[in-house]
Design a protein around this ligand. Structure first.
Ligand code: HEM
Ligand code: HEM
Length: 180
């Protein structure tokens, strides 16, 4: 069955950012084990998470801008209206989480005296040292991380269902090798 593909740019952005995000989510959850609070390496490790997160945020912005200017391929006829709607909602929710994750972390850090050391370069915080504001944005970072993780698990399970059970070509739509 011949079905429409995502372009090569879309699939390369998907896989590069997707894999980096899986690593960054794991890094976030492992922060306290890698460098417990109060240990000398805490600052270095947290700032590495912050720096990588900012770079990812910029790449996500690029991906989002690119996506807004390029329509995705039409759904294959094998997918029902309900399946299409569910996939669409899931993808929008993934994009929302991809934006909220780096943004909430970045804003939180600017309301803390620690700010961000971007790969060693100290960026002066543009906000005041306000623990209550920090707490709100840090809380958003943590809640979104949970939602994001759940969505990614669902997304991967659905992708595998398409690849292994349905075998309807949906998985291959995102392959950089079969894209034009
Ligand atoms: C796509 C980008 C990002 C992802 C996927 C991500 C993911 C995570 C995750 C999963 C956690 C653990 C949450 C928890 O313990 O419940 C975390 C913690 C944290 N993140 Fe991020 N993060 C990102 C970007 C950023 C950025 C840009 C900053 C700051 C500039 C940042 C600052 C922090 C801090 C300070 C913590 C520790 C919070 C605490 O333990 O109180 N993150 N991140
Ligand atoms: C953090 C990791 C990931 C994120 C944030 C993510 C996000 C997304 C988003 C937003 C789309 C919709 C693309 C668009 O229409 O612009 C998409 C499509 C897709 N993703 Fe992922 N993805 C991730 C990881 C994965 C993984 C690990 C797999 C494979 C196991 C996968 C397989 C696919 C496939 C096959 C499609 C195309 C679905 C279709 O044809 O509509 N993704 N992904």
């Amino acid at each position: 069955m011949k079905i429409d593909q995502y372009s090569r740019v879309a699939s390369l952005l998907h896989w590069f950012i997707g894999i980096a995000l899986l690593a960054q989510i794991s890094f976030g959850y492992l922060l306290d084990d890698l460098a417990p609070r109060g240990t000398p390496s805490r600052g270095t490790v947290i700032n590495l998470h912050k720096s990588v997160g900012i770079v990812l945020g910029l790449l996500i912005l690029l991906r989002l801008l690119w996506r807004l200017r390029h329509a995705p391929p039409a759904w294959p006829s094998s997918m029902s209206a309900v399946q299409r709607r569910a996939a669409q909602l899931g993808h929008v929710a993934l994009y929302v989480c991809m934006v909220v994750m780096p943004l909430s972390g970045y804003v939180a850090s600017n309301f803390s005296k620690h700010g961000v050391k971007f790969f060693g370069l100290a960026l002066r915080p543009w906000g005041a040292d306000l623990p209550a504001v920090y707490k709100v944005f840090n809380g958003l970072h943590e809640i979104t991380a949970l939602l994001f993780t759940a969505l990614v698990v669902g997304h991967v399970l659905m992708a595998l269902k398409h690849a292994l059970l349905d075998r309807d070509g949906v998985f291959k739509r995102m392959s950089p090798w079969s894209s034009q």
